[in-house]
Design a protein around this ligand. Sequence first.
Ligand code: NAD
Length: 481
Amino acid sequence: MRTEAFIDGAFHPAADGRTFATVSSRDGSEIAQVARGDVADVDRAVTAARRAFDRGDWALADPAQRGRVLRRLAELMTDHLDDLAALESQDTGHPIGDARGVDVPNAARCLAWYGEAVDKVYGEIAPTAADALALIGREPLGVVGAVVPWNYPLIVTAWKLGPALAAGNSVVLKPAEQSPLSALALAELAAEAGIPDGVLNVVPGLGEEAGQAIGRHDGVDKVAFTGSVEVGRRFQVYAGESNGKAVSLELGGKSPQVVLADAADLQAVAEAIGWGIFYNAGQTCHAGSRVVVQRAIADELVERLTGVAAGFVPADPRAPDTVLGALITADHLDGVMGRVERAAAGGATILAGGERAEPVPGGSYMQPTLIAADDPADPIVAEEVFGPVLVIQTADDIEDAVRLANDTRYGLAAAVWTSDVRTAGRVARRLRAGTVWVNTFDASSMATPFGGMKDSGHGRDRSLHALDAYTQLKTTWISLA
Ligand code: NAD
């Protein structure tokens, strides 16, 4: 297990020797002490990244070569599937089946996808007069800082590294302090795959320390951030108070599942909604955490959802058949429970769950929870909970459902369930979210961009659009006169 910062191709302790504990979500035990990077470590990493960028053995390499290395890294991840999945599950509480079947394969697929794509993207020639040849090309930005959360450490990291590295940038990555281990393992594999020294650096540490140091460093050209709305806004301030670096923000959500009275097969709808909120214990940015159901079918849907929720039994993340593992930390569980208790005290109705669970002593577990709450201003309706908590709102008609669905500060994702294709198209057009699913939830592909509107941010991960986001346009005007 790697626990030191990875800078300029080698592992190092923090400059001041400090460490922090990373703790198992499964049972609350300490897994390891990890280097606590701070300003000096980030500065060292940014300096190495800049030197590597200027050296050009990555930034100026044939894109096909960068592609080969990224595809090799994806292969190495697959070769080390068991180790990476075990680290990810231990650090985050994800069920081991999900870590093996989803987290590691999806992260590897993302790196391979950008490795396959990068030598198939062309520039442009501008329509000028015949006495000039104006070339419009894309160049890497330079040094990219990537600051990521704990909920899907490998996947979100790959969403940043894939396009940033494919485009030729150098990267300084800061994993979340709750889940630093898989990023450090990935750095070792990246070196083995052939990523040159200094091109990928990983500085573990606390948000206020290493995270802020990346945000404020004058040598960082862009920060790609995924995390909470509040911290995302801090990065915009850091940028404004330092070198005005670009900042992309992938933030939280309170995504509505709009279920209309003509939805087909309510049992299938209830199951999709259950997976959409209880997968990863609800700690998913685009979790479908809010149902907006038309009154005519509300009772039937709630009954079916209650049955579905009962199938998500909190259990040991190490067990191969577990579907609902641990929440990330005891503090986070306390926060989720506090929100549920305040909602109940304020008049919301707990329809199922609402309690802690203890399948493994010392871990942070919670029963899948359903809450009926009709006041859009109630914090349980308005705010991201980031736990296995589904809020149910009732709508009078389609117009009311669209109004309730859009009555939120967030705009990451939404779904509409209806058997009328015209209604589906009309409602999908009006839902303000970066992704709208129709009669499904959480379907995705590397080929589709993912990101938010409104307070959910403005960046887009995945797809060729994300590759654009790690490049800048350059015009080269050649006189033919
Ligand atoms: P967070 O904002 O607390 O932390 C995210 C990262 O920022 C971590 O690496 C953390 O160390 C760092 N950080 C924290 N405080 C900082 C500070 N003051 N200065 C600089 N860096 C700081 O978020 P989290 O709790 O780790 O993750 C959960 C959030 O992430 C949820 O809101 C979730 O919706 C969001 N998320 C969004 C997406 C998306 O693609 N839109 C994906 C996953 C998670």
